[in-house]
Design a protein around this ligand. Sequence first.
Ligand code: FUB
Ligand code: ZN
Length: 632
Amino acid sequence: MSKQYSVPFDKVNITGGFWKDRIALNESVTLDSVRRRFEDTGRFSALGYNWKQGEPDRPHFFYDSDAAKWMEAAAYVLSKHSDSELESYVEELIDRIERNMTPDGYFNVWYTVVEPGKRFTDRDHHELYCAGHLIEAAAAYYEATGKRRFLDLMRRYAELIETVFCREDSAAFTTPGHPEIELALVRLYRCTGEKRWLDLSRFFVDKRGNNEKDRGQASGFASEDYLQDMIPLREQTQATGHSVRACYIYSAMADIAYECGDRELLAAANSIFKNITEHRMYITGGIGSTRVGEAFTVDGDLPNETAYAETCAAVSLAMFAQRMSLTAVDSRYADTVERVIYNGFLSGVSLDGKSFFYENPLSIDLSKRNIKYWRGEEVRLPITQRVEVFDCSCCPPNVARFVESIGKYIYSYDGDTVYVHQFMQSDTDIDMNGGTVHVSQITDYPSDGGVTVCVGGAPVKLAVRIPSWCRDFSVEAKLAENLGTSGGYMLFDCRDGAKIELYFDMSPVIVSADPSVHEDSGKVAVMRGPVVYCAEGVDNGDIFSLSLSSELNAEPVDLGFGIPALDVDGTRISGSGALYAPADEMKHEPTRIRLIPYFAFANRGESDMQVWMSIRSVSYTHLRAHETRHDL
Ligand code: FUB
Ligand code: ZN
């Protein structure tokens, strides 16, 4: 196993371009907007344990996690800029936690004010999930401010969890229904250097699907594979069940494999990663194709209109992929991060930064909104407009913390090499090899395919990812020797002052899905660089009558999305008025079709939308129905 070290986001300056704007929006709008919605809905006041039985607005059983994710995002902001108002706000939330933590170190809103006396009795009631998010927030806040109070509170809580689950085995379950504690404990270990937290994480990972107590606790759609515990994790080869839970535990598997050099666990994580990215992932990087259990289903089952593809699931896949990228020189991992961040993750937040999608469908047909019931059940299609807060509001704070820490996905290093995984205008100083290496990127990616990487300081090797979508690129290296490619990365031997100029051809590409994805059979999607495009009704009228032409003749158009829209060639079909008619009687009028980046859909009102579209390359004059019949 090769072992790279990630360069943390707070050591990377994002100096311009697409993500600088996104981070600015996150800091100026998203963080505050989520805070206000969480105040309105009682998520922050709940930390004060002030809700009483019989009162309205009962706290949800994972409000703690919503608040914690927001605190983590706030900590990330504080690690970049001092902001005394924001810091006082977080301190006030920590006060509430400190005031209410029991002497033995327990903190959980639900099991204190709603169901007191029942702690650690219900595997699926998210206690350890909430604890994990609090631990992550505490580590982030300590790293940002150097203040230990929150971290120490959470160390006490972790100690209680260690006692109950590991030493006494006195809880009603052995592993949690919703993973999160596992990766949080690895983070606590990295933050404190205390190995007991790594051991505790490993305990949860090893016991999952591998203990008697958890047997029989699964039911309905919450079956064993929903919980990823039908067999021990290290024997699993496919992604199953609830997709966020899945990728959180797979992330922990990658973490443990990395920290402990556990090759068997890594091999399992690798098989699962392969299964996801080769069979169970949307072109947008979305995962979890059904809303029933918010789950993975079977290989190739990727329906577009009812795609669940939760925003948190996209976040979790990026987390998993990034952890895997540190264990091998293999560009599939960073390619997956890239697919997620520009598509199925980014669609989760509106362009004004204030509202969010929970589900991210790949097709919207507004006419279906009028169907009330289907097979006796109320039809439930994904919402067509983002909203500011949901009852289950896991996604908005996940977006805030993810965007704020996006810089950690860019660089890593090992003994002699710096890896450039993502292309974002940025710079960083890396202490390695007994010296400091300065690496910077100048780029307008992904609007443009040009990337200049400069390297200064101690001599070093540089590995630059060749994006999987790229069919043609050019490279010019000064003060650097091109050593060829390995694992999808271009390698260079750099001297002080090295400059590598890359140009990735970003001509739009028409993409087909593997035939195993029946839903996309006969259809195509358009990508430009890493960005997936879609057609919206607001630009095109009836999008379901459109077919793309195989020659796109694409023209970029600036609609203010940060990445150009594309006007491309296509045809519009119109019929004779009959419901069915011979194909050669249909009229095909040439037209221009406007495609926009998928992430930008539903920002201009309610509209039909589709990613996968028909393509017209056959000539119907050769396929006259009666002639064909004669031939037979
Ligand atoms: O259950 C906690 C979070 O809420 C999950 O991760 C999401 O899928 C949503 O169900
Ligand atoms: Zn979510």
